[in-house]
Design a protein. Sequence first.
Length: 285
Amino acid sequence: MKRVVLFLLTNLAVMLVLGLVLSILFAVFGISSRSIGGILVIAAVFGFGGSFISLFMSKWIAKKSTGAYVIEQARTDTEQWLVATVAEQAQQRGIKMPEVAIYDSPEINAFATGPSKNNSLVAVSSGLLHNMTKDEAQAVLAHEVSHVANGDMVTLTLIQGVVNTFVIFLAKILAGIVDNFLNGDEEEGGSWTYFIFDMIFQILFGILASVIVAYFSRKREYAADKGAAELVGANKMRAALERLKHNHESQLQGSMMAFGIASGRSIGELFASHPPLDSRINALK
């Protein structure tokens, strides 16, 4: 329930901010919201704006939604080892030290998030600490540090922004065509058919867009696995992936799931943010 409420409040705040930005742009430049240019502005503001606001808020959202505890001063040998390992790997990859956190969950997982390479968070689950050897955990941390060093958070945000813009733009254009065909010019301010078809087209195009984003996400997983193998060795990374075969179902959502070491079940491989574990293991051989 906490996650649902946080998700709804965050998205409401984003919508209000973007709505205000649109109002200002239309007023300053005298753009009509029903013109092609106006629709493109709406699509770009909501497409890119929502993605980038989510990116800049990603660390805060991740901490709040998972209840992650950020290690500011190590209190145990495990915490000391975690911080030291991430620090060493970050130095090897030439990035600023990420925040390191632990969140309570039985699943074996970890995730990286943050708005940039030098402003990031790497978090591991308590289940990972209890069920993985140090070599396996070291490989998982290397995978997450590689996500950060590769700039995957920004890359996928840009991809998401582009596809969101096309989804919104095409949906509104087609909804307008259908509305004009059904109603002509009878209603100047938009009709219920326009809004219904706008929603239908956004859902349909959104499904297609999710396939594109998932494809790039899977590519970034292979790259992060490769980066981890370079940091700690392919054998350790393969052992970590083998361990994940016996994992609990992932509870991570959104960008945290995309940049986790493991992901939840998907309807099909086309929509999966992660490649199959066997494919990832074979790619390291």
